[in-house]
Design a protein around this ligand. Structure first.
Ligand code: ADP
Ligand code: MN
Ligand code: MN
Ligand code: MN
Length: 336
């Protein structure tokens, strides 16, 4: 009898930022992936005297770390009465996505992150700081970039797992990197980002490096880590879609507070108005403007169709929540 390993992965109830958890189930070949349980009192998802929570497989892919027939199994968390757990933002996201299915929403997410070696960013001196920012973005060379072997291994793993990774680059702050996934619909974009995050943590573990999504890892004149969210609907992608893009920006402006409040903890530390951000309490949009809340890429203005880039989400934001808010705000305005 042949066996394989299924790594059940879920999102916990940590506040204000959820963490990822996983555990392994040995499966017989050909056997269907069952519901499974875990101790919710250890993940901030249940009290000790009624601790059981339910894992339901929703997104299954090849496991590029273990290889072979092994699988990664992303799950939704349910209460024992099979209602979605309060921490289960995917359940809310799929409901909204289904309601506005006809708009054919696409997302391309740029996930930024920072490598840490113990208490300091990877490659930073033990005392003091590296040379000021300027030469690191898309840099090359051992004095400019730190952690490339991990980044390469992560990219290969995403491809082997069948994720729609679109690219990677070194970021403005040394030890900071980015990967992009998309364009894909919802809630799939959330599935792929969360699994790609898990793979990043898991792969960096083997190098004794920790990858973090902290939005402002170093105070002062150092870039924060964001999660730019590129978004389009079918209408925006078609000829003459520019009017729909402007209408989407206007609708996002009317709901600016709601979005910013749900785009990741400590967002005001990152959205300062400096370091290629707009201030958290101000809304603006503009063509090619990296100091705006929403940027319309220059090519989109030329083509008069395409997509918009919401630059506000934090690296530690929940892609299910961001996708759900984006669809709700933009598509409800377009439908009315
Ligand atoms: P930036 O210039 O902001 O660094 P990136 O190249 O890092 O941009 O990311 C752009 C992202 O936009 C990619 O993930 C890409 O898949 C996505 N994208 C491209 N076209 C669309 C579209 N029509 N709708 C949604 N996302 C898109
Ligand atoms: Mn980018
Ligand atoms: Mn970036
Ligand atoms: Mn961007």
């Amino acid at each position: 009898m042949s066996h394989y390993m299924a790594e059940y992965i879920w999102i916990d109830g940590s506040i204000p930022t959820a963490k990822m958890r996983s555990k392994t189930k040995i499966m017989k070949e050909g056997e269907e992936l069952p519901l499974w349980g875990f101790d919710g009192s250890s993940t901030n998802q249940a009290p000790g005297d009624a601790s059981d929570c339910v894992l339901k497989p929703v997104y299954v892919i090849d496991d590029p770390v273990r290889g072979g027939a092994n699988k990664l199994v992303l799950c939704e968390v349910f209460n024992t009465d099979m209602t979605p757990h309060a921490s289960n933002t995917r359940a809310q996201c799929r409901e909204i996505a289904e309601r506005y299915q006809g708009h054919e929403s696409w997302f391309g997410i740029e996930q930024e992150y920072t490598f840490f070696d113990g208490a300091k960013p990877l490659g930073w001196p033990d005392n003091g700081f590296p040379a000021p920012q300027g030469g690191y973005y898309c840099g090359v060379g051992a004095d400019e970039v730190f952690g490339r072997p991990v980044v390469e291994a992560h990219m290969e793993a995403c491809l082997a797992a069948g994720l729609q990774i679109a690219g990677i680059n070194a970021e403005v702050m040394p030890a900071q990197w980015e990967f992009q996934i998309g364009p894909v619909g919802a809630p799939d974009i959330g599935d792929q980002i969360w699994v790609a995050r898990w793979l990043l943590y898991r792969i960096a573990e083997d190098w004794n490096i920790s990858a973090t999504l902290t939005p402002k890892p170093v105070k002062g004149d150092w870039n924060g880590a964001g999660m730019h969210t590129n978004f389009s609907t079918k209408q925006m992608r078609e000829d003459g879609g520019y009017d729909a893009i402007v209408a989407a920006c206007e609708a996002l402006g009317k709901n600016a507070d709601l979005h910013v409040k749900n785009y990741g903890a400590n967002i005001e530390e990152r959205l300062t108005g400096d370091h290629e951000t707009q201030s958290f309490d101000t809304f603006s949009y503009g063509v090619s403007d990296r100091g705006a809340s929403i940027r319309i890429p220059w090519q989109v203005e030329v083509d008069k169709k395409g997509y918009l880039e919401d630059r506000r989400p934090n690296a530690n934001g929940d892609p299910y929540v961001i996708a759900m808010l984006m669809i709700d705000t933009v598509c409800s305005a377009a439908s009315s």
